[in-house]
Design a protein around this ligand. Structure first.
Ligand code: R2B
Ligand code: URA
Length: 312
């Protein structure tokens, strides 16, 4: 990799992220090991300085698909026979694509995997001098009391005890970061869904999202390797969740909301339900149907981003 001058950390400049680590100012270099990019190795300002939107989701293929969807929606063209480049190239932990001011990356499964990606991408965007960023998580989930294929916009992420708190253990102490999502952004996304008459194709709802650190027992499934509760106890818990406004379960919203709230950055979380957990534990929808479901959030977020970029 070539060497570029490190980004000049001008202290008069408005920081993109609040509560930023002061030690970053004194690091001679900062290498993002999981992205195969670095402050001194790449001209981050030239590569990422225009980024305004960051879209994250679990899998690399889905994010590549979303990048192509966004490219077409914005009317950008690439020469026939070529495809969008994966910016992270030789590392296969995460993939990253860029379409104009929109960056796409896959975060893998669970909060620890997402936390690594957010750390490295947020530092990268800081060194690149980006401002006025909006982050989105586009995911899949288990719905609670909603039909498969329903798109859910998260109001607030809650943990397995239904607390709106992202907990980190730092230097032997517990740190809690709040997990409320941006209320205006939720309204804007719901308004866009209305204007696009999305409800003719599928339902869009909003509510709380339970973020589990596991897919099986952590999500009250009875088909995991262990299960010390009855089917009735499971249903009882899911119904309690539903009564308290929880409409879906997934595995990253706490970290996404906790870290971005702490950095005081605008963000939204939009997931599609692959099943209704009041009916099933196993995901039995066909591969084709799941692919179709997974693209539903693209329509709403894509249109939000398009309107912002095109100023309409
Ligand atoms: C949704 O789907 C994945 C588990 O299958 C996980 O990343 C999540 O949040
Ligand atoms: N992702 C989850 O975390 N849970 C589900 O039930 C489906 C997708």
């Amino acid at each position: 990799m070539g060497h570029f001058d490190a980004f000049n950390n001008d202290l008069t400049k408005k920081n993109t992220f609040h509560n930023l680590n002061n030690h970053l100012n004194s690091l001679e270099d900062d290498y993002f090991y999981h992205l195969y990019l670095g402050k001194n190795q790449n001209d981050l300002k030239a590569m990422f300085g225009d980024v305004k939107f960051v879209c994250m989701g679990g899998t690399s293929k889905r994010m590549q698909k979303f990048a192509h969807y966004m490219k077409d929606l914005l009317g950008y063209r690439i020469p026939t026979g070529l495809t969008l480049n994966d910016i992270t190239k030789i590392t296969d932990r995460y993939s990253m694509y860029k379409v104009g001011p929109v960056l796409f990356a896959n975060h893998g499964i669970g909060c620890p995997s997402l936390s690594i990606l957010l750390n490295e991408i947020m530092k990268l965007l800081h060194y690149a001098g980006c401002e006025d960023l909006t982050f989105f998580r586009i995911g899949t989930c288990g719905g609670i009391g909603v039909d498969p294929g329903t798109v859910i916009i998260t109001d607030q992420a809650v943990d397995g005890l239904l607390r709106p708190e992202y907990r980190q253990y730092i230097l032997g102490k517990e740190k809690i970061r709040e997990t409320q999502c941006d209320r205006q952004l939720i309204k804007d996304l719901l308004k866009i869904s209305d204007e696009m008459q999305i409800s003719r194709k599928f339902s869009v709802v909003n509510g709380k999202t339970l973020c589990a650190h596991d897919f099986y027992e952590g999500q009250s499934r009875i088909d995991g390797v262990f299960c010390d509760y009855t089917k009735e106890e499971k249903l009882d818990f899911l119904k309690q969740c539903y009564e308290k406004g929880v409409v879906n379960m997934e595995m990253e919203s706490l970290c996404f909301a906790g870290m971005l709230n702490y950095a005081k950055v605008k963000f939204g979380i939009v997931c599609v339900a692959l099943l209704n957990r009041l009916e099933n534990d196993q995901i039995t929808a066909s591969h084709e149907l799941i692919l179709e479901y997974q693209e539903r959030p693209f329509e709403i977020i894509g249109e939000y981003v398009r309107r912002k970029i095109m100023n309409n």
